[in-house]
Design a protein around this ligand. Sequence first.
Ligand SMILES: Cc1cc2nc3c(=O)[nH]c(=O)nc-3n(C[C@H](O)[C@H](O)[C@H](O)COP(=O)(O)O)c2cc1C
Length: 231
Amino acid sequence: MNQSPIKVLGICCSPRKNGNTEVMLREALAGAEEAGARSELVTIGDKDIKGCDGCRGCDKTGRCHIKDDMQAIYPKVLEADGLIFGSPVYFWNVTGQAKVFMDRLVCLYRKSMLNNKVGGVIAVASSTGHAEVRSLYYSFFAANRMITADFVQGFAKDKGHIKKDRWAYAASRELGVKVASIAQARFKYPEAYHRSLNDMVKEKYGVESMPTDGRFDGSPVAAEMAPASRK
Ligand SMILES: Cc1cc2nc3c(=O)[nH]c(=O)nc-3n(C[C@H](O)[C@H](O)[C@H](O)COP(=O)(O)O)c2cc1C
């Protein structure tokens, strides 16, 4: 069966045009193309992207009502089989732009539309804070039932200095190859896990995850709560 080439989207969350993060992401996308993927880079720093306003309208629709540059990016995210997020470290975590972008993906999370996409992460810092970036994105991937590929850390402060980090350069290219190769394998979570564990427990046991919504109400014992199939 002939399947169309997979697509890898790089998302650069540095406000600095042609900065170190962008250099690493371009290298990763070159790697993805080398592995047979199509690729595209989206820069967030030059876009008008507002923060999520928490209206929860997307719970029902899977769409965000905020009319800004994010609307043109949603189709690119949906079309991609692999997503490589790149952020400089700002005070031991991602940039504000990166977090705003992540929050605006909640409408896709609500409808499980990021499921099975492959995720990679690139973080650049002058000295420290990479691990926090990795931790945030890995949690995001898990929440969205994405497949985690890998993480690359680069060390640079001034614009362009990342080119001196030989490891980061090579590892970025290899990250691109890896994201593309995993996407080509087309792994899928089993059908039952196309929703969150919260939703699954609610459906199967009738219990909400939030204490305010009855998590501790009543006095069920474990045996009584077990689904019929395990009794
Ligand atoms: C607001 C701000 C906060 C920063 N915080 C950190 C930090 O916590 N740790 C660190 O090692 N570097 C920090 N840096 C340095 C950047 O991570 C570094 O310059 C990086 O190369 C910038 O990437 P870019 O060229 O892609 O924008 C900070 C820079 C800025 C502007």
